[in-house]
Design a protein around this ligand. Structure first.
Ligand code: XBP
Ligand code: MG
Length: 265
């Protein structure tokens, strides 16, 4: 039985990578006179590394003009990351990032049905707070029973740490929850914790997801293009009833087995 919905942030709640983080990284490079920039293609490659600071350090391995010593690289990555997050907050506060279609409606479904929700992200807490503060609802943060950010789970996705922490906080077994993710690293993280996943493909992750996901499609705001097909033909969006049905199909019986030892079908 579905007892909680766990939301990824970047790429799932909103196209924050394309419209926020990438723009803010380049603003930080410029402001600190760093002699390189990231274009869309390069950033897409770098998204295989979770964590903005980790991404900066990884990229410096390929930048001929990066500082020579490890200490200097770490110091530069730290400063750039701090400035990037400040710039990101400004972009979000200025209304530069909208929630993806279908996200708010599905959250409203959960509230109406009293299904707890959680946030499980590798992004920094400040970035999540900026995104929440930009929502019209005054109490956005209080909608979530648990929030796990990058600072809470230093072993970032694809490591399962963030999902394991969320499950512990909710006192739920992995197959009692459903994660909504967009990236292969996010799917791997959830699966490694035993958590089933629904994938909404995003700007940077448009390809079909790895095997074993409960369902995948282009957007929660559309009923077409999903695998498996929604139960209600021509449904306008993916609602909570549909998610619960997919979850129930993938996990029909719960009582006669140990959820922690079950592998993802
Ligand atoms: C996405 C990430 C983050 C963001 C940038 O996390 O990997 O690193 O790109 O945020 P998710 P930070 O999809 O799990 O939300 O700079 O704060 O790391
Ligand atoms: Mg994501």
């Amino acid at each position: 039985m579905l007892r909680a919905l766990l939301w990824d942030v970047d790429g799932t709640l909103a196209e924050t990578e394309r419209d926020g983080h990438l723009v803010a990284f380049n603003q930080a490079f410029r402001a600190m006179d760093v002699p390189w920039r990231w274009d869309e293609r390069r950033y897409g490659q770098l998204l295989s590394v979770a964590g903005g600071r980790e991404r900066l350090l990884h990229d410096m391995d390929a930048q001929p003009l990066a500082p020579e010593t490890a200490d200097d690289r770490h110091a530069l990555a730290e400063s750039l990351h701090r400035l990037k997050n400040e710039r990101y907050a400004r972009i979000v506060a200025a209304g530069g990032i909208r929630l993806r279609e279908g996200v708010r409606s599905l959250m409203n479904d959960c509230q109406r049905e009293r299904l707890p929700m959680g946030i499980v992200t590798t992004t920094s807490r400040a970035n999540l707070q900026a995104l929440m503060a930009a929502q019209p609802e005054a109490d956005w943060a209080s909608r979530f029973a648990v929030i796990v950010c990058g600072e809470d789970a230093p072993l970032k996705k694809p490591d399962p740490q963030a999902y394991i922490k969320a499950l512990q906080a909710l006192s739920l077994a992995p197959d009692e929850v459903l994660a909504i993710e967009d990236s292969p690293a996010g799917v791997a993280s959830a699966h490694a914790a035993g958590v089933p996943v629904v994938v909404t493909r995003s700007h940077y992750f448009p390809a079909p997801p790895p095997a074993g996901v409960v369902a995948h499609g282009p957007s929660l705001g559309r009923g077409d293009g999903w695998q498996p097909q929604p139960g209600k033909p021509r449904t306008a969006r993916i609602d909570l009833e549909q998610l619960a049905s997919w979850h129930g199909d993938a996990y029909p019986k719960r009582s006669d087995r140990s959820p922690t030892t079950r592998s993802i079908p």
